[in-house]
Write a protein that binds this ligand. Structure first.
Ligand SMILES: [Zn+2]
Length: 225
């Protein structure tokens, strides 16, 4: 078994309602949405520390062209991302961009370990993401594990900023090397909870004041035996 660990979040949600409030300072305005944690069950929305969300899709993904970039690893990572997209398209989708200035999610590969990490910037009262920076460890060049780490980290980057307690779930903090991670209904329902307005007739209810984004980090130390 390998272990993923989480650091950095200071605020814990949530019993009853999760308030999903797009923050001020965006080009599309400030909006509040209230999602029931029980709208889509089973889920592990109560187990994660926060549910964040992107305000619009497709979200723009950029692969950093540094010394560790590999088009082969990009292809493998996108296969991991697509495990989510195959379920959520067209509501939740991404596009790969070549201009780093257009990036909302930046992806880097790290040959030093087999860990994963996502740094977020988001509006605290709304949970609306501003940007995410994802690092995918590729030590060992194990295609199955790189794809699994990418899929797990993309779940964080889409807004599941915590972990499941069920070993069957994609977002459980440990996994068995060389065994592909698969999305479960609980993974799917948890992300649907973060984006309930896309899957119900619940509309935007009111605006919120402008605010300054804050940062958070999830480290997944999956390279440890
Ligand atoms: Zn994780």
């Amino acid at each position: 078994m390998k272990r993923w660990l989480v650091f950095g979040w200071s605020v814990v949600i949530v019993l009853g309602l999760v308030r999903c409030v797009p923050g001020g300072g965006t080009s599309t305005g400030s909006q509040q949405i209230v999602c029931s944690l029980d709208a889509f069950v089973p889920n592990y929305a109560r187990e994660v520390q926060k549910l964040l969300r992107w305000e619009q899709f497709p979200v723009r993904v950029y692969f950093e062209r540094d010394a560790h970039y590999s088009p082969v690893w990009q292809t493998i990572a996108l296969q991991g991302f697509d495990q989510w997209i195959e379920v959520f398209n067209p509501h939740i989708r991404y596009e790969v961009v070549d201009d780093p200035a257009q990036a909302q999610i930046t992806v880097r590969f790290n040959p030093a370990n087999a860990d994963g990490r996502v740094d977020f910037e988001y509006y605290p009262s709304s949970g609306v993401l501003v940007k995410a920076e994802m690092t995918i460890g590729v030590r060992g060049n194990n295609t199955t594990d790189i794809r699994s780490v990418a899929a797990h980290e993309f779940g964080h980057a889409l807004g599941i900023s915590g972990h499941s307690t069920d070993p069957a779930d994609m977002m459980y903090p440990t996994y068995v090397s060389n065994v592909p991670l698969q999305l479960t209904q609980r993974d799917i329902n948890t992300l649907k909870t973060a984006y309930c307005h896309l899957f119900t007739n619940r509309g935007v209810s009111r605006g919120v004041p402008s605010e300054t984004p804050v940062r958070g980090t999830i480290r997944c130390e999956c390279g440890r035996p």
